[in-house]
Design a binder for this molecule. Structure first.
Ligand SMILES: Cc1cc2nc3c(=O)[nH]c(=O)nc-3n(C[C@H](O)[C@H](O)[C@H](O)COP(=O)(O)OP(=O)(O)OC[C@H]3O[C@@H](n4cnc5c(N)ncnc54)[C@H](O)[C@@H]3O)c2cc1C
Length: 379
């Protein structure tokens, strides 16, 4: 691994650190105020970042980024995390939807959508999952029928992050039910204010409103809303890999922050107990191991290799380690860990082994692409 950050890095670090010191507001964290008001403060912060080119430094300059190197991305992630600065409000849009628009979209789509997305002026959600299509995305049944100039969309999506706030949805639909399931899918960029769209927020076990189920009833969508080609929805779905090559560092920094918080909250008195000490040492070891894993992935990216299945290993390890931290907090802090920040982390951590590919699906990827095991039998 070669992660030496030289003078070039120092200079870049000083620039981003100075900018954050001058511009980062101190009211961007959840302090039990109204969730809508907090979202709008974060949206305003997003616009501030965009105006100075700090919203997504990995994006190409022409769309509002900085074409940043992997090293600069790594420094940016460290400085943003160190300052407690939230990233863009369109987290999924910026990381996953935009790369697909950049590589497969028309010039009109790039011009129309990318900058408002990065600035946070328009909120995006991703409509993939359905009640009967999750890990097996190609089983989706939300239907779009074309009459030449437009599609008529009918069906349901679920677990759409930001779905209840979204202005636009990257929607995956079935356009040809007679084709093999991976070939009959199309991706549409759908205006969520269209007649017939009904986004119903879902409240999570942690109490927050993070996503929605969305119903489409005879929704009219123009044909120029197709992203890529009609029937190429599967290709679009697999073309969401972003430009960010240092993203895994965020996961390891988040875990380290939670482990440090647990060490501080446990207090000197509890830490005298040998069992508590052993539990805390195990969580600290997790954090060190994840840092090494993420450094290996970043090192591969710095040496010009695309992070592929290696990123699945980090995601897999991180999600399970975060769950262990929350569970250890219960063991160490007792009832105190059932409410407040630890209560939220305990409830919220359950979703980490589902979102962005479940543990089992990631294990399949690692088994097949890293370990070279035989492919999963197709039913
Ligand atoms: C926080 C969060 C945010 C999300 N945001 C979005 C979003 O913005 N847009 C969106 O479209 N979706 C979103 N999702 C949904 C997410 O993509 C799905 O939950 C995920 O793909 C799993 O699908 P599922 O829930 O239908 O479970 P299923 O796919 O039905 O899986 C059920 C169980 O079977 C296992 N399983 C499935 N297939 C296999 C296999 N081949 N081998 C072994 N085991 C298997 C799974 O691991 C799981 O344990 C989000 C989910 C979460 C938790």
């Amino acid at each position: 691994m070669d992660l030496a950050i030289g003078a070039e890095g120092d200079e870049f670090r000083a620039v981003i650190r100075g900018w954050l010191a001058d511009n980062l507001p101190d009211d961007l964290h959840d302090d039990d105020t109204d969730a809508d008001a907090l979202f709008e403060r974060r949206r305003a912060w997003n616009a501030t970042m965009f105006e100075s080119g700090w919203a997504a430094i990995d994006w190409p300059t022409e769309y509002g980024g900085r074409d940043a190197s992997v090293l600069e991305q790594l420094i940016y992630i460290e400085e943003m995390a160190g300052a407690g600065a939230p990233g863009p409000v369109n987290a999924i849009g910026v990381a996953n939807i935009a790369p697909a628009i950049m590589t497969l979209g028309t010039d009109e789509q790039k011009e129309r959508f990318l900058r408002p997305m990065l600035r946070g002026d328009e909120i995006w959600s991703q409509g993939m999952s359905e009640p009967d299509a999750g890990s097996d995305l190609a089983a989706l049944s939300c239907r779009a029928v074309s009459d030449g100039d437009r599609f008529i969309v009918n069906g349901q999506k679920t677990w759409n992050s930001l779905g209840h706030r979204a202005d636009w949805c990257q929607l995956y639909v079935r356009t040809d039910p007679s084709a093999p399931k991976h070939e009959g899918m199309t991706c549409l960029l759908v205006d969520m204010r269209s007649a017939g769209v009904d986004a119903r927020p879902i409240r999570t076990i942690g109490g927050s409103l993070d996503f929605a189920e969305v119903f489409f009833s005879d929704v009219e969508v123009p044909v120029d809303a197709v992203l890529g080609e009609i029937g190429s929805g599967w290709k679009v779905a697999t073309r969401t890999l972003g430009f960010e090559r240092a993203g895994v560092a965020k996961l390891s920094l988040m875990l380290q922050e939670n482990v440090d918080r647990l060490l501080a909250d446990s207090g000197a008195e509890r830490r005298r107990d040998p069992i508590v000490r052993q539990l805390l040492a195990a969580r600290h070891t997790d954090a060190v191991l994840l840092r090494l894993l993420s450094q290996r992935t970043i090192s591969a990216a710095m040496n010009g290799r695309m992070p592929g299945a290696e990123a699945s290993v980090v995601k897999l390890a991180w999600s399970q380690m975060e769950q262990r931290v929350a569970e250890t907090a219960m063991d160490v802090l007792g009832l105190d860990a059932l409410s407040g920040g630890w209560g939220e982390r305990l409830a919220g951590s359950r979703s980490l082994t589902i979102a962005g590919g479940t543990t089992e699906v990631n294990k399949n990827i690692v088994g097949e692409r890293v370990l070279g095991l035989p492919r999963e039998p197709k039913v």
